[in-house]
Write a protein that binds this ligand. Structure first.
Ligand SMILES: [Zn+2]
Length: 58
């Protein structure tokens, strides 16, 4: 179980809280089988990916 996605640290050293992540530019989503990754840009220009949290109650 991945319970600590945030804060997310970029390779440049910037730390992104959940709130900061939600405000970062959204590049799109990437479906990997059952998992969906959300791609966003850090202020340094690097692309970061975090699994989208599924809220389905199954
Ligand atoms: Zn960065």
């Amino acid at each position: 179980m991945r319970s600590s996605l945030f804060p997310k640290t970029c390779a440049c050293g910037r730390v992104h809280s959940r709130e900061a992540w939600s405000l970062a530019p959204l590049l799109g989503t990437w479906e990997l089988g059952e998992e969906v990754l959300e791609l966003r840009n850090c202020a340094c220009g690097s692309t970061m990916a975090i699994p989208v949290i599924q809220t389905e109650g199954r």
